[in-house]
Design a protein around this ligand. Structure first.
Ligand code: HEC
Ligand code: HEC
Ligand code: HEC
Length: 273
């Protein structure tokens, strides 16, 4: 049964050989170990769909609808909730916020020794978006403090208007989008199998394949919020010098760098020391 299923999938792969992005290509070249499949089966057996309860949003991160439509075009949300992060109380709000402007694959598909670049992509049709500073939420430039209207607040970070929630920073390899698109045959086959009741063995194998090239955890905050070797070239993504500086030296991200282990607690007051 499993063999048959895999053969079917492979046929599906082959018909897509020309359009294949790096993620699918990597899946295609993966041979699973028995251990990987066993582990996957265990995860599926333990997996329970999590029911979202209302009022869990933490201000100032705006209350959203139960599902985040901007993630509807992601292959990952075939199975994962929108927003997807639930487990780490410390980071989940921030990581879910980032899914508004960063594609899953940017954080979870980071193969070693592969030179990826990052571009703004319209996730509805995978087209490139022309870069401009207004793609970022971060204010384009400092407020003009010479205007004597309201008493000067130290910093007004009015986000740029007209943000398109479908535009996300996504990985590219040799000018080709890495991510798998929902309309590709492999994604369709995944969806079909996932809709079926039971069939856990095939599901476990497919889940293992899908996750084999993925990083279980995303990068540390300072992989991007850092002015030395940032994963993202913010200037190439259209950010102004001011935006680059603000994003790289984000105080919350810097605060997170102080955590040395999972259970450590740090009080905000320590920031002042
Ligand atoms: C076919 C369904 C399916 C698809 C598609 C899928 N996942 Fe998962 N994923 C799961 C299940 C089931 C788990 C098990 C953990 C849980 O949620 O209980 C999981 C777990 C994970 C984990 C936690 C680590 C691990 O391996 O248990 C990460 C990270 C993850 N998925 C990321 C992604 C990303 C990124 C994508 C898209 C590229 C994706 N997943 C696509 C079903 C899926
Ligand atoms: C900005 C980076 C970033 C983006 C974008 C991102 N993730 Fe994550 N993800 C992380 C980090 C960091 C962790 C580890 C969190 C922790 O400490 O448990 C994680 C953990 C997970 C986990 C396992 C833990 C959990 O809470 O269930 C899943 C599943 C997951 N991500 C799925 C996704 C999916 C699906 C997307 C896209 C819709 C996505 N992620 C986008 C950074 C990111
Ligand atoms: C993959 C790169 C990446 C990672 C990893 C990442 N960030 Fe960010 N983060 C960004 C980018 C890019 C922006 C700017 C978005 C914008 O201005 O539109 C941002 C914005 C922010 C903001 C400002 C949000 C706002 O709207 O003003 C905060 C706060 C933040 N990140 C915290 C964190 C924390 C905390 C972590 C780790 C737990 C983290 N980030 C990990 C890329 C990342």
């Amino acid at each position: 049964m499993t063999r048959l299923f895999m053969t079917l999938l492979l046929t599906v792969f082959c018909s897509w050989v020309h359009a294949e992005g790096l993620y699918l290509k990597t899946i295609n070249n993966t041979s699973l170990t028995t251990e990987q499949i066993q582990k996957s089966l265990k995860k599926l057996e333990e997996h329970k769909d999590i029911v979202l309860r209302g009022d869990l949003e933490v201000p100032p991160f705006h209350k959203r609808g139960k599902t985040s439509d901007s993630l509807a075009h992601s292959f990952c949300t075939t199975c994962h909730m929108s927003p997807p992060h639930t487990k780490s109380e410390r980071t989940r709000t921030f990581m879910n916020m980032h899914t508004q402007y960063i594609a899953c694959e940017t954080c979870h598909f980071r193969p070693e020794n592969v030179a990826l670049t990052y571009q703004w992509q319209d996730t509805r049709n995978a087209s490139l978006v022309r870069v401009k500073p207004e793609l970022f939420r971060q204010a384009v430039q400092p407020e003009d403090k010479t205007k004597k209207t309201l008493p000067a607040k130290k910093e007004i970070t009015q986000p740029a208007k007209g943000i398109n929630p479908f535009y996300k920073i996504a990985p590219y390899y040799q000018d080709q989008a890495v991510a798998l698109r929902n309309n590709e045959a492999f994604a369709q086959a995944t969806k079909e199998l996932w809709k079926k009741e039971g069939d856990l063995d095939n599901k476990a194998e497919l889940r293992a394949l899908i996750h084999a090239p993925l990083a279980e955890k995303g990068p540390e905050c300072n992989a991007c919020h850092n002015d030395k070797e940032s994963l993202l070239n913010l200037a190439e993504l259209g950010a102004t010098a001011y935006q680059v500086e603000k994003i790289q030296n984000n105080i919350i991200a810097q605060f997170f760098a102080r955590y040395k282990d999972k259970d450590q607690r740090i009080r905000i007051i320590n920031l002042l020391r």
